[in-house]
Design a protein around this ligand. Structure first.
Ligand code: UT7
Length: 319
């Protein structure tokens, strides 16, 4: 038994914020942000939009592309670091908004690796016979956990959602997947706050040691990509498309260089929507499917790294 992606979808909030606009608020410049990160703009959710709303739009598009209805779903997993509320899960809220009533629904919290974690989890559940169709979503509203006075972090992130519909079957699909975590590195990228006794306790905004995160990301994206390729018996030369987490164009270039994957085989979207955390990989996947770059029988390598630290990769053959 295998699982395969039947359809993809994505959604970006309407409001676009350019680097020049941010430079009016904090001491930064379009030139600095572009040259250090490749980012030109980001989308920011409206005040009345929540993560499940972004997830809903992306999910509807993925369901339409897959040709199935929400009521057919036996599993919904939402990867998010910015849930609508403490509970219920954003996946349960999404399920209700989609009008689905049965099957399992839960969130995965693995920060920027969240979509890869959720995809690997859904793959394992479908292969184990849990259900026939699954919806896997990465959705985030990072703009609400950013300190807009901190130029070191606020220029890096954006809001968005991406989704895929998976089906179980006897043809792959997903060829291999590997997940890792090492909580010893939790302090270099975190939001060290919580809600307790009716108040926010600790610091409720993203804090980051940029250089340490950069070096860690390049190392583990390379390692886990090699690991997943080796376990599927697929060579780097057979990879048609590499879709890494979209945090920084320089991280993508450096990882591609280490792996021997040139820019012509890397999907890059960080320029247009910045780092959307768990949404970044499915947003890039949806773009490359819809613009026709990803074709039947192509090998597609997804890899992500995020706070925790967490990292993982999924290798799939596009059906
Ligand atoms: O999903 C994972 C999430 N995070 C990441 O992937 C981030 C990984 N790290 C990075 O992308 C990069 O390390 C950054 C983009 C965050 C920083 O780039 P860098 O080339 O490592 O720059 P730096 O940290 O060495 O900072 C260089 C200078 C510093 O000034 P001084 O100390 O040299 O005077 C910073 O204060 O740039 C300054 N700086 C800025 N200047 C203008 C930091 N942020 C900004 C800014 N605008 N927005």
């Amino acid at each position: 038994m295998f699982s395969r992606i039947l359809g993809t979808g994505s959604y970006l909030p309407q409001r676009l914020v350019t680097n020049a606009e941010l430079a009016q608020q904090v001491d930064t410049s379009d030139e600095w942000v572009r040259s250090r990160t490749g980012i030109a703009q980001r989308h920011i959710a409206a005040d009345d939009e929540c993560t499940s709303d972004l997830a809903l739009e992306a999910s509807r598009r993925a369901l339409e592309a897959a040709g199935i209805e929400a009521k057919d779903l036996g599993l919904i997993i939402v990867a998010t670091t910015t849930p609508d509320m403490i509970f219920p899960s954003t996946a349960c809220i999404l399920q209700a908004k989609l009008g689905a009533r049965s099957g399992a629904a839960f969130d995965v919290q693995a920060v920027c690796s969240g979509f890869v974690y959720a995809l690997a989890t859904a793959d394992a559940m479908l292969r184990g016979g849990a259900c026939h169709y699954a919806l896997v979503v990465g959705a985030e509203i990072y703009s609400r956990i950013l300190d807009w006075n901190d130029r070191g972090t606020c220029v890096l992130f954006g809001d968005g959602a991406g989704a895929v519909v998976l089906a179980a079957g006897d043809q792959p699909g997903i060829l291999a997947q590997h997940l890792h975590a090492d909580g010893a590195h939790r302090e270099i990228l975190c939001v060290p706050g919580t809600v307790a006794n009716g108040a926010v306790s600790g610091h409720p905004f993203v804090t980051m040691e940029g250089g340490a995160v950069f070096r860690f990301a390049v190392r583990v994206l390379d390692e886990v990509s090699r690991e997943v390729l080796a376990s599927a018996g697929v060579g780097v030369d057979q990879v048609d498309w590499f879709i890494p987490h979209q945090a920084n164009a320089r991280i993508i270039e450096a990882t591609g260089r280490k792996l021997g994957l040139g820019p012509e085989r890397c999907i890059v979207t960080v320029d247009r929507h910045a780092n959307t955390s768990a949404a970044s990989v499915p947003l890039a996947l949806d773009l490359a499917v819809r613009d026709g770059r990803i074709q039947s029988q192509h090998h597609v390598l997804l890899a992500a790294v995020g706070g925790g630290f967490t990292w993982g990769a999924v290798l799939l053959k596009w059906v």
